[in-house]
Ligand binder design. Structure first.
Ligand code: PEP
Ligand code: MN
Length: 361
């Protein structure tokens, strides 16, 4: 495809990045208006987000209020002056949003992953010039992310931005969606003029990591932030664990440090990037060890029930032999493999002992 000439979705206020905030889902008119008013009062929000149609993993969860909610977003704009954005996944969503005067549309992770859906949305956008934000696909595939951008661009849309919301990961991790920063950095390298927004809410899936992930993105020179904000987060109809109140969000943005990397900091960039990758791997390893311990606990429970010995010697020999073999393929010495396995194994035995002792007590 020929070179794309892509413009900014939102002109950022100098001195701070683009700020997008609002509830995961529009639930009621009252909830939407309250969130918008409290966010507007912060004076730092560029775009009010709210899901109207919600793509849920399983049927039976709250699937959004539908078109009715668009009138609430219209009211948000009329009464607070905040521009609005929502997710579209089908042609009908696009037409409804255009009719309602929504300012910016976004493609969700589950849409970017599907070229049929992206094309349907792109076709519906033809002849308009509404800005579009594109979330990364659920799976770590830059081709799909680029492809979605190309389809939207070919439909005649010139203001396009990207949202990094993390990638689905099979295994234990502290994140809901692992960031894999290097993928977003690669997108920034290939399309330097395209704004990159971090969606810390969907990366984290929990409140306590939101600030850290937002700061990390700013350190990487991202253009802005999308965060889910709800007046009563614990009562939210979707994504309750990751939402924060407007007041907490206000504190979060107050505490962010905007860093512009200088030339000599560039020298550090490579190191920082490698360290970040190591941190990611360390997180994954920890998650996996935690998962292993929980499996060991389950075995401990079972052994205690059946009155079996905690240590079964031949099982240990077998683990050691197989792991030494596999470690060798990864360039790890037999000594290291043995020390590593003994440490993990000892921890498992301690866990199992504790379980057996508790049962006997
Ligand atoms: C959302 O922003 O509420 C959403 C559904 O996000 P994602 O597409 O990133 O899962
Ligand atoms: Mn959400």
């Amino acid at each position: 495809m020929e070179e794309m000439e892509i413009n900014k979705v939102i002109e950022p206020t100098p001195g701070r990045g683009v700020v997008i905030a609002g509830p995961c889902s529009a639930e009621t008119e009252g909830q939407v208006m309250q969130t918008a008013k409290e966010l507007a009062a912060l004076g730092q929000v560029d775009l009010f987000r709210s899901g109207i149609w919600k793509p849920r993993t399983r049927p039976g969860s709250f699937e959004g209020v539908g078109t009715e909610g668009l009138a609430w977003l219209k009211r948000v704009k009329a009464e607070t002056g905040l521009k609005t954005t929502t997710e579209v996944a089908k042609a009908a969503h696009v037409y409804d949003c255009l009719k309602a005067g929504i300012d910016v549309l976004w493609l969700g992770a589950r849409t970017t992953v599907n070229p049929f859906s992206v094309q349907e949305v792109a076709d519906a956008l033809k002849g308009t010039d509404i800005p579009v934000l594109i979330k990364n696909p659920i799976n770590p595939d830059l081709g799909l992310w680029i492809g979605a951008m190309e389809r939207i661009y070919k439909a005649g849309i010139t203001r396009i931005g990207l949202i990094h919301r993390g990638f689905s990961y099979h295994g234990e991790t502290i994140y809901r969606n692992v960031p894999r920063w290097q993928l977003a950095i690669e997108m920034k390298r290939r399309f330097p003029e395209v704004q990159m927004i971090v969606d810390n809410s969907h990366i984290c899936g929990r409140r306590d990591l939101l600030a850290e992930v937002a700061q990390e993105a700013l350190n990487l020179n991202y253009d802005g932030l999308m965060t889910e904000v709800h007046p009563r987060p614990d009562e939210a109809w979707s994504d309750a664990k990751q939402q924060i109140t407007p007041a907490v969000f206000g504190e979060l943005i107050e505490n962010l440090r905007l860093r512009k990397p200088t030339a000599n900091e560039m020298e550090m960039a490579k190191l920082t990037e490698l360290r970040r990758q190591i941190d990611e791997v360390d997180n994954d390893i920890l998650g996996m060890i935690g998962r292993r311990m929980r499996l060991a606990d389950a075995i401990g429970e079972f052994k205690a029930e059946r009155n079996l010995a905690v240590l079964q010697e031949d099982r240990w020999d077998e683990i050691l032999r197989a792991a030494t073999q596999k470690g060798k393929l990864q360039g790890l010495s037999a000594e290291f493999m043995e020390r590593y396995l003994r440490a993990i194994h000892q921890e498992s035995i301690d866990h199992q002992d504790a379980i057996v002792n508790k049962k006997m007590a």
